[in-house]
Design a binder for this molecule. Sequence first.
Ligand SMILES: [Zn+2]
Length: 86
Amino acid sequence: MPPKTPTRADAYVACACGGTMGIVTVEPIPDRPDFMRHTYHCRDCGKDATFDVAKKGAAAKTATKTATKTAIKTAAKTAAAKKTRR
Ligand SMILES: [Zn+2]
């Protein structure tokens, strides 16, 4: 059974071996700006595990970002249409 996915606040997570995995690194993910990659290392079996953990307020941020992107796209389309008409 895979270990349960930790939340962003978890410093420790249960390992599949029954031991405890402690957090080693937290890195940003280039193509997932609303997630952080948490790497855990098990002191009992030596296994490493990584989890993509959502940042605080990530859902709200993503919604705003998408809305802005759509607005920009629409504006660009309108500008392009104007140019074509001329
Ligand atoms: Zn382990």
